[in-house]
Design a protein around this ligand. Structure first.
Ligand SMILES: NC(=O)c1ccc[n+]([C@@H]2O[C@H](COP(=O)([O-])OP(=O)(O)OC[C@H]3O[C@@H](n4cnc5c(N)ncnc54)[C@H](O)[C@@H]3O)[C@@H](O)[C@H]2O)c1
Length: 242
């Protein structure tokens, strides 16, 4: 196989799915990894029917052994997109230590484990993109999620320093409100509240994120590393719009 390989986690839904599709169009052989058996099968069939060069593997990214086995079976990966993540809304005083561990396990630790495995065989000049969140700046009612995404950005910066000598560039994307199944799980009241805070008055699309990933993994994007790219319709500007 001559095509470069891209691995996208959480690729069966939302922005991961849009990224799988976009990177296949860009000329990658794309490997979708997701734990959702039915969604992965359904979306793989749909994308392959469109003629896209992609396959899927169903596994839970918190299963370190399964992750190691998968990466060891694969040819070297050129682009890794750590996108899988979970969101959880809970009042500040009600978040338990096990809530923290559950969210950290997928949003941070599984991304770090996969990154370590992948970079063992990744060719020099590879690309890694971590999907964090604008919420890392601070947000109410999900301190464990906010902290996990801030930690992922710290990990992005550390990885960028470690891997720069090999020309492997590591960046993070901080999405704001993006219209995906994760977002649609919010109550209508919470959704209206969130939209009211958007300078643009609307949520972004999964394709907006896919487009930014496509830019960051492109070989021509060769001098950006350790950065956080906000895709949030201006919400991180912090103004009230008044
Ligand atoms: N939607 C938003 O507004 C928003 C905003 C900021 C950041 N994010 C982040 O973007 C990323 C993608 O979010 P989305 O909105 O597309 O979510 P989504 O729920 O639509 O998709 C996430 C996918 O990840 C998979 N996944 C979750 N845990 C997994 C695990 N342990 N092993 C394997 N697969 C797993 C799920 O099965 C799902 O298919 C997440 O990291 C999320 O935190 C989303």
């Amino acid at each position: 196989m001559n095509k470069p390989i891209a691995l996208v986690t959480g690729g069966a839904s939302g922005m991961g799915l849009a990224t799988v599709e976009r990177l296949a169009h860009d000329g990658f052989h794309v490997v979708m990894v997701d734990r959702n058996v039915s969604l992965a099968a359904q979306e793989t069939q749909r994308l392959q029917d469109l003629g896209l060069d992609m396959v899927s593997h169903v596994l839970d990214l918190t299963d370190e052994l399964a992750v190691r086995e998968l990466v060891n079976r694969m040819l070297p990966i050129s682009a890794l997109v750590n996108n899988a993540g979970i969101f959880d809304e809970r009042k500040f005083l009600e978040v338990t230590s096990s809530d923290f561990r559950r969210v950290y396990e997928i949003n941070l630790i599984s991304a770090a484990t996969l990154t370590q495995e992948v970079v063992k065989t990744m060719k020099d000049g590879g690309r890694i993109v971590n999907i964090a969140s604008r919420a890392y700046l601070g947000a109410k009612n999900h301190p464990h999620y906010v902290a996990s995404k801030a930690a992922l950005i710290g990990y992005t910066r550390a990885s960028a320093m470690e891997l720069a000598p090999r020309g492997i560039l590591v960046n993070a994307i901080a999405p704001g409100l993006i219209d995906t199944p994760l977002l649609r799980a919010l109550s209508p009241e919470r959704m209206a509240q969130q939209l009211a805070l958007q300078p643009t008055g609307k949520a972004g699309l999964p394709q907006d994120i896919a487009h930014a990933v496509s830019f960051l993994v492109n070989p021509q994007t060769s001098f950006i590393t350790g950065q956080v790219l906000f895709l949030d319709g201006g919400k991180s500007l912090g103004g009230t719009g008044a």
